[in-house]
Design a protein around this ligand. Structure first.
Ligand SMILES: [Cu+2]
Length: 152
């Protein structure tokens, strides 16, 4: 009888823990860039309950970062073109982002084929339901490489 109680308790605990684990994981999202100059996702979404958000960027291609580098940059949608334009002249050393550009909400570094990088930022910088987008600021990429970021 004691064993059965223990088993039931274990099952109950597992049932309670699973949604907690799922919620924690949904604050971490992943996206890949390819040698065909594309992201594998047109949209990323995290719930507004997240305290901290982690975006992991993979480069599933083989080309070096100098030729087909990708980054992941989060902006308010109306700032997308301006951030991209300002980053053009910044160069690879600055990850094609104008140093100190306050319109950049979060960003990874530029990576090449086979590499992975990530960025973690506080959800408090975002407004629930706000209009956010992400882009790759490597010159010429954002026309194809952009998507919507949904928070809440
Ligand atoms: Cu790119």
């Amino acid at each position: 009888m004691k064993l059965m109680h223990t088993t039931l308790a274990a099952i109950a605990l597992t049932a309670l823990a699973l949604p907690l684990i799922a919620r924690a994981d949904s604050c971490k999202v992943e996206i890949s860039g390819t040698d065909q100059m594309q992201y594998d996702k047109k949209e990323l979404a995290v719930p507004a309950t997240c305290k901290e958000i982690t975006v992991t960027l993979h480069h599933s291609g083989k080309q070096p970062r100098e030729a087909m580098g990708h980054d992941w940059v989060l902006v308010k949608t109306p700032d997308l073109a301006g951030v991209d334009q300002a980053g053009l002249s910044a160069g690879l050393a600055d990850n094609y982002l104008k140093p100190g550009d306050k319109r950049v909400l979060a960003h990874t570094r530029v990576i090449g084929g086979g590499e992975t990088t990530s960025v973690t930022f506080p959800a408090s910088i975002l407004k629930k339901g706000g209009d956010y987008s992400y882009l790759c600021t490597f010159p010429g990429h954002s026309a194809l490489m952009h998507g919507k970021f949904r928070f809440g």
